[in-house]
Design a binder for this molecule. Sequence first.
Ligand SMILES: *Cc1c(COP(=O)(O)O)cnc(C)c1O
Length: 378
Amino acid sequence: MIVSGTLYRGLIERYRARLPIAADTRVISLCEGNTPLIPLENLARSVGRGLSLYAKFEGLNPTGSFKDRGMTMAVTQAASEGSRAIICASTGNTSASAAAYAARAGIRCFVLIPEGKIALGKLAQATIQGSVVIQIKGNFDDGMRIVKDMASVAPVAIVNSINPYRLQGQKTAAFEIVDALGRAPDYHCIPVGNAGNISAYWTGFSEYAAIQPKTAACGYCVDTCAFPFPAVIATRPVMVGYQAAGAAPFIAGHPVAEPETVATAIRIGNPQSWDLAWAAVRESGGWFDSLTDDEILHTQRRLAETEGVFCEPASAIAVAGLLRDIARGRIADGSVITCTLTGHGLKDPDTAIKQSQGPILQVAAENEAVKRAILDHL
Ligand SMILES: *Cc1c(COP(=O)(O)O)cnc(C)c1O
Protein backbone atom coordinates (compact mmCIF):
# COMPACT_ATOMS: atom_id res chain seq x y z
CA MET A 1 0.00 0.00 0.00
CA ILE A 2 1.31 3.44 -0.91
CA VAL A 3 0.78 5.93 1.87
CA SER A 4 2.53 9.25 1.82
CA GLY A 5 0.00 11.51 3.51
CA THR A 6 -1.76 11.18 6.83
CA LEU A 7 -4.10 8.39 5.78
CA TYR A 8 -5.48 6.73 8.90
CA ARG A 9 -5.04 2.99 8.63
CA GLY A 10 -6.97 1.65 11.56
CA LEU A 11 -6.31 0.97 15.21
CA ILE A 12 -3.90 -1.91 14.74
CA GLU A 13 -1.47 0.33 12.85
CA ARG A 14 -2.01 3.18 15.30
CA TYR A 15 -1.47 1.15 18.48
CA ARG A 16 0.53 -1.74 17.09
CA ALA A 17 3.18 -1.59 19.82
CA ARG A 18 0.55 -2.16 22.48
CA LEU A 19 -1.25 -4.97 20.69
CA PRO A 20 -0.43 -8.66 20.38
CA ILE A 21 0.32 -8.68 16.68
CA ALA A 22 3.32 -9.98 14.79
CA ALA A 23 5.12 -7.61 12.42
CA ASP A 24 4.45 -9.77 9.34
CA THR A 25 0.76 -10.50 9.99
CA ARG A 26 -1.68 -9.48 7.27
CA VAL A 27 -3.95 -6.95 8.97
CA ILE A 28 -7.69 -7.18 8.27
CA SER A 29 -8.91 -3.64 8.75
CA LEU A 30 -11.69 -1.27 7.72
CA CYS A 31 -9.84 1.72 9.20
CA GLU A 32 -11.89 1.34 12.39
CA GLY A 33 -11.31 3.43 15.50
CA ASN A 34 -10.28 7.09 15.59
CA THR A 35 -13.87 7.97 16.53
CA PRO A 36 -14.71 11.46 17.78
CA LEU A 37 -14.92 12.41 21.44
CA ILE A 38 -17.83 14.81 21.18
CA PRO A 39 -18.25 17.45 23.90
CA LEU A 40 -21.86 17.34 25.14
CA GLU A 41 -21.98 21.07 25.81
CA ASN A 42 -25.73 21.54 25.88
CA LEU A 43 -26.23 18.70 28.35
CA ALA A 44 -23.30 19.89 30.46
CA ARG A 45 -24.78 23.37 30.61
CA SER A 46 -28.13 22.03 31.74
CA VAL A 47 -26.67 19.91 34.56
CA GLY A 48 -24.19 22.59 35.70
CA ARG A 49 -21.85 21.86 38.63
CA GLY A 50 -18.79 22.55 36.51
CA LEU A 51 -19.00 19.13 34.88
CA SER A 52 -17.44 18.39 31.49
CA LEU A 53 -19.26 15.69 29.52
CA TYR A 54 -17.95 13.89 26.47
CA ALA A 55 -19.38 11.15 24.26
CA LYS A 56 -17.02 8.68 22.63
CA PHE A 57 -19.22 8.10 19.59
CA GLU A 58 -18.46 4.55 18.60
CA GLY A 59 -21.44 4.54 16.24
CA LEU A 60 -19.04 6.14 13.75
CA ASN A 61 -16.99 2.98 13.30
CA PRO A 62 -17.20 1.37 9.85
CA THR A 63 -20.10 -0.96 10.70
CA GLY A 64 -21.67 1.45 13.18
CA SER A 65 -20.57 0.06 16.53
CA PHE A 66 -17.51 -0.45 18.72
CA LYS A 67 -17.50 -4.14 17.81
CA ASP A 68 -15.21 -3.25 14.88
CA ARG A 69 -12.36 -2.52 17.29
CA GLY A 70 -12.36 -6.05 18.57
CA MET A 71 -13.21 -7.62 15.25
CA THR A 72 -10.19 -6.22 13.39
CA MET A 73 -7.99 -7.98 15.96
CA ALA A 74 -10.01 -11.20 16.19
CA VAL A 75 -10.35 -11.68 12.44
CA THR A 76 -6.75 -10.68 11.78
CA GLN A 77 -5.70 -13.36 14.25
CA ALA A 78 -8.14 -15.99 12.92
CA ALA A 79 -7.02 -15.40 9.33
CA SER A 80 -3.35 -15.48 10.27
CA GLU A 81 -3.89 -18.85 11.97
CA GLY A 82 -5.42 -20.13 8.74
CA SER A 83 -9.03 -20.28 9.95
CA ARG A 84 -11.42 -20.57 7.03
CA ALA A 85 -14.48 -19.62 9.02
CA ILE A 86 -15.53 -17.60 12.05
CA ILE A 87 -18.63 -17.91 14.21
CA CYS A 88 -20.38 -15.75 16.79
CA ALA A 89 -23.55 -15.42 18.78
CA SER A 90 -24.89 -11.93 18.53
CA THR A 91 -27.57 -9.48 19.58
CA GLY A 92 -26.84 -7.85 16.21
CA ASN A 93 -23.76 -5.66 16.16
CA THR A 94 -21.25 -8.45 16.58
CA SER A 95 -22.77 -10.22 13.58
CA ALA A 96 -22.70 -7.03 11.48
CA SER A 97 -19.05 -6.52 12.32
CA ALA A 98 -17.98 -10.15 11.99
CA ALA A 99 -19.66 -10.36 8.58
CA ALA A 100 -17.80 -7.29 7.35
CA TYR A 101 -14.36 -8.37 8.51
CA ALA A 102 -14.88 -11.93 7.27
CA ALA A 103 -15.84 -10.53 3.87
CA ARG A 104 -12.62 -8.56 3.82
CA ALA A 105 -10.55 -11.52 4.91
CA GLY A 106 -12.24 -13.78 2.36
CA ILE A 107 -13.41 -16.30 4.94
CA ARG A 108 -16.85 -17.68 5.89
CA CYS A 109 -18.89 -16.18 8.69
CA PHE A 110 -21.65 -17.88 10.68
CA VAL A 111 -23.80 -15.80 12.99
CA LEU A 112 -26.36 -17.01 15.52
CA ILE A 113 -29.00 -14.42 16.28
CA PRO A 114 -32.11 -14.49 18.47
CA GLU A 115 -35.24 -14.81 16.35
CA GLY A 116 -37.19 -11.55 16.07
CA LYS A 117 -35.04 -9.64 18.57
CA ILE A 118 -32.45 -8.06 16.33
CA ALA A 119 -32.61 -4.48 15.06
CA LEU A 120 -33.34 -4.15 11.35
CA GLY A 121 -30.13 -2.38 10.32
CA LYS A 122 -27.95 -5.04 11.93
CA LEU A 123 -29.75 -7.86 10.16
CA ALA A 124 -29.37 -6.01 6.85
CA GLN A 125 -25.62 -5.71 7.43
CA ALA A 126 -25.11 -9.36 8.31
CA THR A 127 -27.03 -10.57 5.27
CA ILE A 128 -25.68 -8.25 2.57
CA GLN A 129 -22.14 -8.87 3.73
CA GLY A 130 -22.61 -12.52 2.92
CA SER A 131 -22.59 -14.21 6.29
CA VAL A 132 -24.64 -17.30 6.99
CA VAL A 133 -27.33 -16.09 9.37
CA ILE A 134 -28.71 -18.74 11.70
CA GLN A 135 -31.76 -17.56 13.60
CA ILE A 136 -32.32 -19.56 16.75
CA LYS A 137 -35.53 -19.84 18.70
CA GLY A 138 -33.82 -18.54 21.80
CA ASN A 139 -31.94 -15.54 23.14
CA PHE A 140 -28.32 -14.41 22.99
CA ASP A 141 -27.33 -16.56 25.96
CA ASP A 142 -28.64 -19.69 24.20
CA GLY A 143 -26.64 -18.69 21.13
CA MET A 144 -23.50 -18.17 23.18
CA ARG A 145 -23.84 -21.60 24.79
CA ILE A 146 -24.20 -23.26 21.38
CA VAL A 147 -21.33 -21.32 19.78
CA LYS A 148 -18.94 -22.41 22.50
CA ASP A 149 -19.75 -26.04 21.65
CA MET A 150 -19.42 -25.57 17.89
CA ALA A 151 -15.71 -24.74 18.04
CA SER A 152 -15.03 -28.31 19.11
CA VAL A 153 -17.17 -29.94 16.40
CA ALA A 154 -16.33 -27.73 13.39
CA PRO A 155 -13.20 -25.83 12.26
CA VAL A 156 -14.51 -22.37 13.10
CA ALA A 157 -12.92 -19.62 15.21
CA ILE A 158 -15.15 -17.98 17.81
CA VAL A 159 -15.12 -14.18 17.56
CA ASN A 160 -17.31 -13.36 20.53
CA SER A 161 -15.66 -11.33 23.27
CA ILE A 162 -14.55 -14.51 25.04
CA ASN A 163 -11.90 -14.36 22.30
CA PRO A 164 -9.13 -12.41 24.07
CA TYR A 165 -8.12 -10.60 20.88
CA ARG A 166 -11.50 -8.86 20.90
CA LEU A 167 -10.80 -7.13 24.21
CA GLN A 168 -7.28 -6.29 23.08
CA GLY A 169 -8.70 -4.36 20.13
CA GLN A 170 -11.43 -2.76 22.20
CA LYS A 171 -9.00 -1.41 24.83
CA THR A 172 -7.79 1.09 22.20
CA ALA A 173 -10.93 3.19 22.76
CA ALA A 174 -9.58 4.04 26.22
CA PHE A 175 -6.23 4.99 24.65
CA GLU A 176 -8.00 7.30 22.21
CA ILE A 177 -9.96 9.00 24.98
CA VAL A 178 -6.77 9.74 26.91
CA ASP A 179 -4.93 10.81 23.76
CA ALA A 180 -7.78 13.21 22.94
CA LEU A 181 -8.17 14.70 26.43
CA GLY A 182 -4.49 14.71 27.35
CA ARG A 183 -5.51 13.13 30.66
CA ALA A 184 -7.73 10.40 32.04
CA PRO A 185 -11.39 11.22 32.63
CA ASP A 186 -12.54 11.17 36.26
CA TYR A 187 -15.45 8.88 35.44
CA HIS A 188 -16.15 6.64 32.50
CA CYS A 189 -19.77 5.53 31.94
CA ILE A 190 -20.57 2.58 29.71
CA PRO A 191 -23.42 0.19 28.84
CA VAL A 192 -22.91 -3.39 29.99
CA GLY A 193 -24.26 -6.43 28.19
CA ASN A 194 -21.87 -9.32 27.78
CA ALA A 195 -19.42 -7.13 29.77
CA GLY A 196 -16.47 -7.40 27.41
CA ASN A 197 -16.29 -3.69 26.66
CA ILE A 198 -16.15 -2.41 30.24
CA SER A 199 -13.38 -4.94 30.83
CA ALA A 200 -11.51 -3.79 27.73
CA TYR A 201 -11.70 -0.11 28.70
CA TRP A 202 -10.35 -0.91 32.14
CA THR A 203 -7.48 -2.79 30.56
CA GLY A 204 -6.77 0.19 28.29
CA PHE A 205 -6.89 2.80 31.06
CA SER A 206 -4.77 0.57 33.29
CA GLU A 207 -2.15 -0.01 30.61
CA TYR A 208 -1.88 3.73 30.03
CA ALA A 209 -1.35 4.13 33.78
CA ALA A 210 1.39 1.48 33.46
CA ILE A 211 -0.63 -0.80 35.70
CA GLN A 212 -1.18 -4.31 34.47
CA PRO A 213 -4.69 -4.94 35.82
CA LYS A 214 -4.56 -7.85 38.24
CA THR A 215 -7.21 -9.67 36.31
CA ALA A 216 -6.07 -8.97 32.76
CA ALA A 217 -5.21 -12.19 31.07
CA CYS A 218 -1.67 -11.96 29.73
CA GLY A 219 0.29 -14.04 27.27
CA TYR A 220 -1.13 -12.65 24.02
CA CYS A 221 2.00 -10.81 23.04
CA VAL A 222 3.64 -12.22 19.98
CA ASP A 223 7.00 -10.61 19.23
CA THR A 224 7.65 -8.66 22.35
CA CYS A 225 5.90 -8.10 25.62
CA ALA A 226 3.50 -5.15 25.44
CA PHE A 227 4.88 -4.08 28.81
CA PRO A 228 6.41 -2.13 30.29
CA PHE A 229 5.58 1.26 28.89
CA PRO A 230 6.04 4.45 30.88
CA ALA A 231 2.82 5.76 32.41
CA VAL A 232 0.87 8.11 30.14
CA ILE A 233 -1.61 8.97 32.90
CA ALA A 234 -1.30 9.18 36.66
CA THR A 235 -4.91 8.31 37.45
CA ARG A 236 -7.57 5.98 36.14
CA PRO A 237 -11.28 6.80 35.88
CA VAL A 238 -14.00 5.47 38.12
CA MET A 239 -15.79 2.90 35.95
CA VAL A 240 -19.58 2.96 35.99
CA GLY A 241 -21.54 0.25 34.18
CA TYR A 242 -25.25 0.47 33.35
CA GLN A 243 -27.66 -2.32 32.51
CA ALA A 244 -31.29 -2.39 31.42
CA ALA A 245 -33.62 -3.16 34.32
CA GLY A 246 -34.97 -6.26 32.55
CA ALA A 247 -31.47 -7.57 31.82
CA ALA A 248 -29.43 -6.64 34.88
CA PRO A 249 -27.49 -9.66 36.15
CA PHE A 250 -24.75 -7.48 37.68
CA ILE A 251 -27.35 -5.74 39.83
CA ALA A 252 -29.06 -9.03 40.71
CA GLY A 253 -25.68 -10.56 41.49
CA HIS A 254 -26.39 -13.63 39.35
CA PRO A 255 -27.36 -14.52 35.77
CA VAL A 256 -30.95 -13.74 34.71
CA ALA A 257 -32.91 -16.37 32.82
CA GLU A 258 -35.23 -14.30 30.61
CA PRO A 259 -33.56 -10.96 29.86
CA GLU A 260 -35.88 -8.41 28.26
CA THR A 261 -35.34 -4.82 27.13
CA VAL A 262 -35.95 -2.50 24.21
CA ALA A 263 -32.15 -2.05 24.14
CA THR A 264 -31.61 -5.30 22.26
CA ALA A 265 -27.81 -4.90 22.13
CA ILE A 266 -27.67 -5.45 25.90
CA ARG A 267 -30.46 -8.01 26.16
CA ILE A 268 -28.13 -10.50 27.84
CA GLY A 269 -28.69 -12.46 31.04
CA ASN A 270 -25.44 -14.40 31.43
CA PRO A 271 -22.46 -12.10 30.76
CA GLN A 272 -19.30 -13.93 29.74
CA SER A 273 -16.84 -11.38 31.18
CA TRP A 274 -18.38 -11.52 34.66
CA ASP A 275 -15.17 -11.52 36.71
CA LEU A 276 -13.30 -9.00 34.55
CA ALA A 277 -16.20 -6.53 34.71
CA TRP A 278 -16.49 -6.86 38.48
CA ALA A 279 -12.75 -6.30 38.77
CA ALA A 280 -13.00 -3.11 36.70
CA VAL A 281 -15.73 -1.74 38.92
CA ARG A 282 -14.13 -2.81 42.20
CA GLU A 283 -10.56 -1.73 41.38
CA SER A 284 -11.76 1.66 40.11
CA GLY A 285 -14.14 2.36 42.99
CA GLY A 286 -17.09 2.38 40.58
CA TRP A 287 -20.52 0.78 40.51
CA PHE A 288 -23.19 -0.95 38.42
CA ASP A 289 -26.74 0.30 38.19
CA SER A 290 -29.82 -0.32 36.08
CA LEU A 291 -32.30 1.83 34.18
CA THR A 292 -35.79 1.22 32.84
CA ASP A 293 -36.59 1.11 29.13
CA ASP A 294 -38.46 4.40 29.52
CA GLU A 295 -35.40 6.10 30.96
CA ILE A 296 -33.25 4.67 28.15
CA LEU A 297 -35.56 5.84 25.37
CA HIS A 298 -36.10 9.24 26.96
CA THR A 299 -32.35 9.82 26.98
CA GLN A 300 -31.89 8.51 23.44
CA ARG A 301 -34.35 11.15 22.31
CA ARG A 302 -32.84 13.85 24.53
CA LEU A 303 -29.36 13.26 23.11
CA ALA A 304 -30.70 13.46 19.58
CA GLU A 305 -32.81 16.56 20.26
CA THR A 306 -30.35 18.56 22.35
CA GLU A 307 -26.96 17.47 21.00
CA GLY A 308 -27.73 16.13 17.52
CA VAL A 309 -26.16 12.82 18.49
CA PHE A 310 -28.25 9.82 17.42
CA CYS A 311 -27.16 6.63 19.14
CA GLU A 312 -28.96 3.35 19.60
CA PRO A 313 -30.99 2.67 22.77
CA ALA A 314 -28.31 0.46 24.37
CA SER A 315 -25.82 3.32 24.02
CA ALA A 316 -28.11 5.95 25.51
CA ILE A 317 -28.14 4.06 28.81
CA ALA A 318 -24.64 5.36 29.58
CA VAL A 319 -25.83 8.96 29.48
CA ALA A 320 -29.16 8.13 31.14
CA GLY A 321 -27.33 6.53 34.05
CA LEU A 322 -24.83 9.36 34.28
CA LEU A 323 -27.54 12.05 34.39
CA ARG A 324 -29.35 10.17 37.14
CA ASP A 325 -26.15 9.68 39.11
CA ILE A 326 -25.36 13.40 38.78
CA ALA A 327 -28.85 14.20 40.09
CA ARG A 328 -28.33 11.78 42.97
CA GLY A 329 -25.05 13.46 43.92
CA ARG A 330 -22.85 10.46 43.15
CA ILE A 331 -20.56 12.41 40.78
CA ALA A 332 -18.09 14.94 42.21
CA ASP A 333 -18.56 18.54 41.03
CA GLY A 334 -16.08 19.74 38.41
CA SER A 335 -15.43 16.23 37.08
CA VAL A 336 -14.47 15.29 33.55
CA ILE A 337 -16.78 12.48 32.43
CA THR A 338 -16.69 10.36 29.30
CA CYS A 339 -19.51 8.11 28.09
CA THR A 340 -19.25 5.43 25.45
CA LEU A 341 -22.02 5.65 22.88
CA THR A 342 -21.58 2.10 21.65
CA GLY A 343 -23.63 2.08 18.45
CA HIS A 344 -25.34 4.29 15.87
CA GLY A 345 -29.03 5.12 16.06
CA LEU A 346 -29.53 4.15 12.42
CA LYS A 347 -29.06 0.53 13.47
CA ASP A 348 -32.55 0.49 14.89
CA PRO A 349 -34.80 2.81 12.88
CA ASP A 350 -38.01 1.13 14.09
CA THR A 351 -37.45 2.05 17.73
CA ALA A 352 -36.44 5.58 16.79
CA ILE A 353 -39.45 6.25 14.60
CA LYS A 354 -41.85 4.75 17.14
CA GLN A 355 -40.82 7.24 19.77
CA SER A 356 -39.80 10.31 17.82
CA GLN A 357 -41.80 13.44 18.51
CA GLY A 358 -40.77 15.58 15.58
CA PRO A 359 -44.00 16.43 13.75
CA ILE A 360 -44.49 15.04 10.26
CA LEU A 361 -46.96 17.43 8.64
CA GLN A 362 -49.01 16.58 5.58
CA VAL A 363 -49.66 19.62 3.41
CA ALA A 364 -50.46 20.43 -0.19
CA ALA A 365 -47.52 20.98 -2.57
CA GLU A 366 -48.13 24.74 -2.55
CA ASN A 367 -46.10 27.69 -1.27
CA GLU A 368 -48.96 28.94 0.87
CA ALA A 369 -49.41 25.62 2.67
CA VAL A 370 -45.70 25.19 3.38
CA LYS A 371 -45.40 28.80 4.54
CA ARG A 372 -48.26 28.26 7.00
CA ALA A 373 -46.61 25.10 8.31
CA ILE A 374 -43.34 26.98 8.90
CA LEU A 375 -44.97 29.92 10.63
CA ASP A 376 -47.04 27.59 12.83
CA HIS A 377 -43.90 25.83 14.07
CA LEU A 378 -41.32 28.60 14.44
C1 LIG B 1 -22.26 -5.17 22.16
C2 LIG B 1 -22.94 -3.90 22.54
C3 LIG B 1 -23.06 -3.48 23.87
C4 LIG B 1 -22.61 -4.30 25.02
O1 LIG B 1 -21.22 -4.46 25.10
P1 LIG B 1 -20.62 -5.67 25.96
O2 LIG B 1 -19.20 -5.69 25.66
O3 LIG B 1 -21.34 -6.90 25.50
O4 LIG B 1 -20.94 -5.36 27.39
C5 LIG B 1 -23.65 -2.25 24.12
N1 LIG B 1 -24.12 -1.49 23.13
C6 LIG B 1 -24.03 -1.85 21.84
C7 LIG B 1 -24.58 -0.96 20.80
C8 LIG B 1 -23.44 -3.07 21.50
O5 LIG B 1 -23.37 -3.42 20.22
